[in-house]
Design a protein around this ligand. Structure first.
Ligand SMILES: *Cc1c(COP(=O)(O)O)cnc(C)c1O
Length: 398
């Protein structure tokens, strides 16, 4: 029996079954590669779902975390730390936030959305508009913003007042944006829905409508933020400034941390002392990790690399002219490859057997969110394998 099978049998007897049977038991990583417990190497093109921004075992992140661990891990929010303050200042600067903007630090995307929901509630209006296809997390508040019926229905009734409207549809938004709506929450590119990019001008249109109707525009950048799309934050490419933004995933490079950024003094004053909190949020260990991630992205030019490698990947896939591949979607290093037929799940299995980790994000689409350090050799390795992988998937399904 392989180490993998033995451990997965133990997993099944010990872990709650919410994730099904995991595909692999991973042991270690280096750069864009991970190894399983049987010593098999995989090219990690998913990066722990847009989390491992610097790849695995990055020397800067390892050094920063090691140093912080040896000094101080936790202090409680009765106190603060240099790392926490520097991280907040850094996020505000990278987000080009105006004077009076503020940061609340969390431990996950879901928690960042929970903070955003409380912000929305503070408008005094009870309605929140979210988008069809949206994913915002699994807690009962964040789940109310998440669209997928299979995730929601077993737990209803959820937080009241949330309505889902079509994404990338300004007419639908205008029709729904009544005086009861305190906030519009949306992803600048929908990640879990299959890497869905709205038309140019959509985010600017949402900004304009929300401003006119006095509702907050809250962008969920948990997946798109921290360089993933080639900008520090995806909203920046749209030339707008939201009222608030949520972050997590890539921020800590694998160390759990998230944030709510509130833009400007008015929005930032809506959550007053005592109105929100977190035991672990903003702890020095996670803050040091996030600072190292941001420093390394900047120092090593990883925004430009995300843009360049994203283009390179899309062009290489197009050049395959494979009959089963209908195209690519996305921006920077948040990408989907779409297929003519619903073969994505089998493609993902075949890819894994060939040594590549990807994610079947929709029946007809796979998602890639690789480390921002990825280079041409890794992209080439996957693209040259993709045709045969798709062929084998079609063969297996016929
Ligand atoms: C992953 C994700 C979340 C939830 O983040 P968790 O860290 O899993 O709680 C929220 N919003 C978006 C857009 C995401 O991609």
């Amino acid at each position: 029996m392989t180490a993998t099978n033995d451990l997965l049998n133990r997993y099944a007897e010990a872990l709650l079954g919410v994730f099904g049977r995991p595909a692999l038991v991973l042991d270690r990583g280096e750069g864009c590669y991970v190894w399983d417990v049987d010593g098999v190497r995989y090219l990690d093109l998913l990066g722990g779902i847009a989390v491992s921004a610097l790849g695995h075992n990055h020397p800067e992140l390892v050094a920063a975390v090691s140093k912080q661990v040896a000094s101080q891990i936790h202090i409680s929010n009765f106190f603060t730390s240099r790392a926490q303050i520097e991280l907040a200042e850094r996020l505000l600067s990278l987000a080009e936030a105006p004077a009076g903007s503020r940061v609340f630090l969390t431990n996950s995307g879901t928690e960042s959305l929970e903070a955003a929901i409380k912000l929305a509630r503070r408008t005094g209006r009870r309605g929140i508009l979210a988008m069809a296809g949206a994913f915002h997390g699994r807690s009962t508040g964040a789940l109310a913003l998440t669209a997928k019926a299979a995730y929601r229905e077993p737990f209803e009734p959820l937080l009241p007042g949330v309505r889902h409207i079509p994404y990338d549809d300004l007419d639908a938004l205008e029709a729904a944006l009544g005086p009861d709506v305190g906030a519009v929450v949306l992803e600048p590119i929908q990640g879990e829905a299959g890497v869905i990019e709205p038309h140019p001008g959509y985010l600017a249109g949402v900004r304009e409508l929300t401003r006119r109707r006095g509702a907050l525009m809250i962008v969920d950048e948990v997946q798109t933020g921290v360089g993933r799309t080639g900008d520090w934050f995806a909203f920046q490419a749209a030339g707008i400034r939201p009222d608030a933004m949520t972050l997590a995933k890539g921020l800590g490079g694998g160390v759990p941390i998230g944030a709510l950024v509130t833009f400007g003094p008015e929005v930032s004053a809506m959550l007053q002392p005592g109105m929100h909190g977190s035991t672990f949020g903003g702890n020095p260990l996670a803050a040091a990790a996030a600072l190292a991630v941001l420093d390394t992205i900047e120092r090593d030019g990883l925004l430009a690399n995300a843009t360049a490698m994203g283009h390179y990947f899309a062009e290489a896939v197009a050049a395959l002219r494979h009959p089963a591949i209908s195209g690519t979607r996305g921006r920077g290093l948040l990408r989907a490859v779409t297929f003519e037929r619903p073969i994505a799940a089998v493609v993902a299995t075949q890819a894994r057997d060939a040594g590549f980790i990807i994610n079947p994000v929709a029946p007809d689409a796979i998602r890639l969110a690789p480390p921002l350090i990825i280079g041409r050799p890794e992209v080439d390795a996957f693209v040259s394998a993709l045709g045969p992988i798709a062929d084998r998937a079609i063969e297996e399904m016929s």
